[in-house]
Design a protein around this ligand. Structure first.
Ligand SMILES: *[C@@H]1O[C@H](CO)[C@@H](O)[C@H](O)[C@H]1NC(C)=O
Ligand SMILES: *[C@@H]1O[C@H](CO)[C@@H](O)[C@H](O)[C@H]1NC(C)=O
Ligand SMILES: *[C@@H]1O[C@H](CO)[C@@H](O)[C@H](O)[C@H]1NC(C)=O
Ligand SMILES: *[C@@H]1O[C@H](CO)[C@@H](O)[C@H](O)[C@H]1NC(C)=O
Ligand SMILES: *[C@@H]1O[C@H](CO)[C@@H](O)[C@H](O)[C@H]1NC(C)=O
Ligand SMILES: *[C@@H]1O[C@H](CO)[C@@H](O)[C@H](O)[C@H]1NC(C)=O
Ligand SMILES: *[C@@H]1O[C@H](CO)[C@@H](O)[C@H](O)[C@H]1NC(C)=O
Ligand SMILES: *[C@@H]1O[C@H](CO)[C@@H](O)[C@H](O)[C@H]1NC(C)=O
Ligand SMILES: *[C@@H]1O[C@H](CO)[C@@H](O)[C@H](O)[C@H]1NC(C)=O
Ligand SMILES: [Ca+2]
Length: 588
């Protein structure tokens, strides 16, 4: 974990010599293979790694632009140098590819940003990188050593049936990101000729698996980061991935496989009924807690639903699995059984003794994991194995494939066993819920952590639980309110009203999304502008472009005469907390 520049004195002298020259240089001057090679960190500056000087590629991209309705950054136009290179781990015949987008020297603002992936990807295409470059940051991404930028970790995870590739597991878990940022920061210093004493601000931005990757760094390498904007992290891995199968087991246990349209109707009715509980009738359930406390889903029984036949991959279909997605016309009335499925899913996994094992989605979130599949031969809706949940079991638990063909014999107790055994097995790699952030805090780090309140893929309460774990571990002697206030100085959690998984929600188009997180974070880190509410924007629908503010947890939004207040409501807060009395260990 140590490194030393090969010749720090020479580097410092050189830095001074060309510091002024570089900021005056054009992209054309610096975006060449020769310039890049001669400004790489020393090839062995990280113990155990050798940079491959001959692998460097560069190309200039001029006037790239982003749209005003992008999720993670606003509209901007910028030019950059796209630099790629490879390195190997000594003693291993591997190759890791890394990619950096370096802003025009005149636009560089002494910032570095690492970006992450989603699902089993450590790199989800170039969509994360603009967020750095537009703010004068060098933005980096890695392929994790999985084979190429378009190869995900799952494709490299299994060497043979029964044998995981543990290097891949650790690279995906946290190593690849540490290497990416170490190399990226030194490259940035060299490339722009920064003097050693000049501060290089280091940031992370990512959502979902990318959010887990971010926490993997903050938890382990606290002093490497000045700030992180992290959305809906896929952490507490073995619980999170296994819980994707919980909804399937609910339908199996109750013996009822609802047509997707029936579940969609339940959501639509829930949204209509709960919209106004937050004090503002805008089509957005900004208080899923009040919805849970005051809305009786049984009232939906008997309501007619209708969905036309469809062959497209529209709402209500499995979005993350391959294959045909045609559904027949669905016409009926909501059954008591479907409502039972909905209630059981929202309650979260309990074992057969009735003890709580894990948490679940918020009321008014889509029932994505419930999705059944239509059997055109029998004309019936049947059990479908959730893709992400099945993949975790097949790949990392059974270690012999990437999907699970069926859920025969699987019960609530099986899910519990998978969650707990995975907590042990992946504690040092994927679990990523270490709650002591002292090194990060002591180094002055800041986190903006956000999570859509209607997330249908990673339960919103999962983020609340982690925040609560950090609060109780780091401020054990403070009251809840005092601990929350202390945490707010450096770790802020925001639940985004109506938002889906790492994005906007078509069912609640008037909800806000915190598009400018990186700017807000930069202002906090570099100018000490501590957010009170989180800046957000409506990104779709009739109010597109309008500014909104999001309340910081544990405060909750409540409109009084069209004015939003952030209120403290203990009864609502309590609905977010679960007592996992079915798990014999603390689950952070
Ligand atoms: C980029 O935009 C600038 C400013 O609008 C313009 O002068 C320049 O010609 C553009 N370059 C390219 C390659 O499009
Ligand atoms: C960056 O460079 C890599 C390697 O040459 C290339 O595959 C990729 O398409 C480039 N990206 C852009 C945006 O130019
Ligand atoms: C594992 O076993 C399955 C079923 O026999 C087989 O289809 C698959 O190719 C094997 N995978 C590997 C990586 O050996
Ligand atoms: C639910 O609401 C959406 C959007 O408001 C609508 O498109 C959809 O048809 C509704 N679904 C059902 C089953 O009523
Ligand atoms: C749905 O079924 C009801 C009852 O059978 C029928 O009256 C109605 O016309 C059907 N609606 C559609 C759009 O098919
Ligand atoms: C994978 O392993 C599990 C547990 O050992 C076994 O039950 C299952 O049949 C195996 N599947 C394949 C495709 O080999
Ligand atoms: C499971 O994986 C196998 C091999 O990759 C593939 O042929 C099959 O279609 C997959 N099944 C599902 C349900 O995705
Ligand atoms: C909490 O209080 C106990 C007892 O006074 C003390 O030993 C401990 O160091 C305190 N912990 C922190 C984190 O301040
Ligand atoms: C806040 O968001 C608005 C758009 O909703 C944007 O114009 C403004 O620049 C943002 N503020 C910051 C600090 O990013
Ligand atoms: Ca509302």
């Amino acid at each position: 974990m140590r490194f030393s520049p090969s010749n720090p004195q020479a580097a410092a002298l050189a830095a001074i010599a060309y510091a002024t020259a570089v900021t005056a240089a054009s992209l054309e001057d610096v975006c060449t293979v020769e310039y890049a090679r001669s400004h790489l960190p020393a090839s062995t500056f990280i113990q155990g790694i050798t940079l491959d000087q001959s692998s460097v590629t560069t190309n200039i991209v001029k006037n790239a632009s982003t749209s005003a309705t992008s999720t993670f950054y606003p509209a901007a136009t910028f030019s950059y140098c796209n630099l790629t290179l490879a390195y190997t781990h000594d003693g291993r015949d591997d190759q890791v590819l890394i990619q950096y987008w370096l802003p025009d020297p005149s636009k560089f603002e002494n910032r570095y940003l690492s970006t992450g992936g989603g699902g089993y990807a450590i790199y989800s295409g170039a969509q994360s990188l603009p967020g750095g470059v537009m703010y004068g940051a060098v933005a980096g991404a890695t392929d994790g050593g999985f084979g190429s930028f378009s190869t995900n970790a799952d494709a490299a995870m299994l060497l043979a049936n029964g044998t995981l590739d543990y290097e891949t597991l650790y690279m995906f878990g946290y190593k690849a990101h540490w290497e990416l940022s170490k190399i990226g920061k030194q490259l940035t210093r060299n490339f722009y000729g920064m003097a050693d004493k000049t501060k290089l601000y280091s940031y992370y931005q990512g959502c979902s698996e990318g959010g887990r990757e971010g926490w993997s760094q903050i938890q382990r390498y606290g002093d490497e980061w000045d700030g992180a904007a992290i959305g809906a992290p896929a952490f507490r891995w073995s619980f999170q991935q296994t819980q994707h199968l919980y909804s399937n087991i609910v339908t199996k246990t109750l013996g009822y496989y609802p047509p997707p349209c029936e579940m969609e109707k339940i959501i639509n009715e829930t949204i209509s009924a709960c919209d106004s509980l937050d004090g503002l009738k805008d089509g957005v359930v900004s208080r899923s807690d009040l919805c849970q406390l005051h809305f009786d889903i049984n009232t939906v029984v008997g309501k007619p639903y209708y969905c036309a036949a469809s062959t497209s991959s529209g709402y209500g279909k499995r979005k993350r699995q391959m294959g045909a997605s045609s559904t027949p016309e669905q016409n009926g009335t909501v059954t008591a059984k479907a409502v039972e499925v909905a209630k059981e899913v929202i309650r979260g996994l309990r074992d057969t003794k009735g003890r709580q094992v894990y948490l679940s989605y918020q009321t008014a979130a889509d029932f994505d994991d419930v999705t059944t599949q239509y059997n055109s031969e029998t004309g019936k809706w049947e059990l479908e194995v959730d893709g992400l949940g099945g993949e975790h079991i097949a790949l990392l638990v059974e270690k012999n494939g990437t999907n699970l063909s069926n859920l025969d014999g699987v019960t609530y107790d099986t899910l519990k066993e998978w969650m707990i055994s995975g907590m042990v097995e992946f504690a040092s790699t994927l679990q990523t819920n270490w709650p002591d952030l002292t090194p990060f805090h002591e180094a002055g780090g800041k986190v903006i952590h956000f999570h859509g309140e209607a997330d249908a893929s990673i339960p919103t309460a999962s983020s609340v639980r982690y925040w609560e774990s950090v609060r109780s571990i780091m401020y054990p002697n403070l009251s809840y309110k005092e601990g929350a206030a202390a945490l707010k100085d450096w770790y802020q959690l925001y639940l985004v009203p109506g938002a889906a998984h790492c994005g906007t929600n078509p069912l609640m188009p008037n909800g806000p999304f915190p598009q400018t997180n990186l700017q807000v974070l930069i202002n906090w880190v570099e100018k000490d502008v501590k957010p009170v509410t989180l800046n957000a924007t409506v990104l779709q629908g009739e109010n597109v472009g309008e500014n909104r503010q999001i309340c910081g947890w544990p405060l909750r939004p409540k409109w009084k005469g069209n004015k939003m207040e952030c209120e403290y409501d203990q009864t609502s807060i309590d609905t977010w907390h679960y007592d996992f009395n079915g798990v014999p260990m603390p689950v952070y």
